[in-house]
Write a protein that binds this ligand. Structure first.
Ligand code: SF4
Length: 345
């Protein structure tokens, strides 16, 4: 069993909002008591609608923003575990090379005034990790690994396509040899044909370099192909977490079932039957009582309005936060192996 690289415990990130000068501040609970671990070399997919808090989880773990409460314990190879949560910006600086981020928008995340060489070299220069010819050697090396043409390193980002720009962003993230990378919707701004190329590249680089990924996406079909396990977020909380095949075959939370029902089927003969969710994601300043999902849940009962469900383990490694997780017969995307064996067809 590979060791744990990252352990997030009871992480909270609340943003204050004021409705008037004399009103006390209220808080947007963007991340509301989230716990999970990621093993070394693993990819954990983090999915949910926009506003579910998944990007805030990624940014808080990397300490781009400070957490309100909780622990973010990272264990780098051959080093003692460090809790990043209480560290100052100055304390974090030497750790940045080990933890990097790949951004969603390859157009907005690259400075138009810098050459591709300088963009990729930025983490080495900022962290004083290399100088002189060593920088050029490492830029060429990572550019080749990210399948970029090294003859084009003196060009500016506008001369590149969306897919090539995302390769530049990946090269920049990996040049400092990080152990852990947060991939924040890295393919959602790209054409479908390019998405597969970038996902394959990320998988190849993971194999080559032993990388550990937190892969954030709103699209479950993207997460399915790259993740070992999937965590589903709703209104700042994790409502289900399980190995990828298991969560796709037998979801234990009605929100996961609804998300899975909207994943497009590759077989045009299979008719999609998306489960409509009532209304919008609720206001995170005043989340609903009991189960946060109850105003939209097709299986809601009285208990759901009164008591918040705990995230409990229903099968080994399969957690869900629903009072009726072991009673509901929810529909997944594949036939589970045992059901397929019983089937007469
Ligand atoms: Fe739905 Fe109730 Fe389960 Fe919440 S606890 S997901 S409202 S059935």
């Amino acid at each position: 069993m590979p060791e744990t690289l990252l352990a997030v415990r009871n992480l909270k990130k609340y943003f204050p909002v004021r409705t008037g000068w004399l009103q006390p501040a209220e808080y947007v609970r963007a991340v509301d008591d989230v716990s999970f671990t990621i093993r070394r070399g693993e990819t954990l997919g983090l999915v949910g609608e926009s506003g579910s808090g998944k990007t805030t989880v990624g940014r808080t773990i990397l300490r781009a923003i400070a957490p309100t409460a909780g622990e973010i314990v990272i264990t780098l190879s051959g080093e003692d575990s460090i809790d990043l949560a209480p560290l100052t910006r100055r304390d974090i600086r030497p750790l940045r090379q080990h933890m990097q981020m790949i951004f969603q928008d390859p157009y907005a995340s690259l400075s138009p005034r810098m050459t591709v060489r300088d963009i990729i070299a930025e983490p080495l220069v900022a962290g004083k990790l290399a100088s002189g010819d060593e920088i050029d050697r490492r830029v060429r090396d990572i550019a080749e690994r990210c399948r970029l043409n090294v003859e084009h390193l003196r060009r500016f980002p506008h001369a590149f396509s969306g897919g090539q720009r995302q390769r530049i962003g990946i090269a920049r993230a990996l040049i400092s040899n990080p152990s852990f990378v947060v991939c924040d919707e890295p393919v959602s701004a790209l054409d479908v044909s390019i998405q597969a190329e970038i996902l394959n590249l990320l998988e190849d680089l993971q194999q080559e370099r032993g990388l550990t990924y937190l892969f954030i996406a709103h699209d479950l079909s993207v997460v399915e192909h790259i993740s070992d396990r999937v965590a589903v977020m709703y209104l700042g909380q994790i409502v289900e977490l399980a190995p990828t095949q298991q969560i796709f075959a037998v979801p234990h939370h009605p929100y996961t079932e609804a998300l899975l029902s909207s994943v497009p089927e590759p077989d045009p003969h299979i008719e999609m039957q998306p489960i409509p969710l009532k209304g919008e994601i609720p206001n995170p300043v005043k989340p609903p009582s009991g189960c946060y999902f109850h105003p939209r849940c097709p299986y809601v009962q009285d208990k759901c309005r009164a008591e918040p469900p705990l995230l409990r383990e229903y099968q080994p490694g399969h957690f869900a936060a629903c009072h009726f997780a072991d009673e509901l017969q929810l529909v997944g995307r594949y036939t589970p192996p045992e059901a397929a064996a019983d089937s007469p067809h």
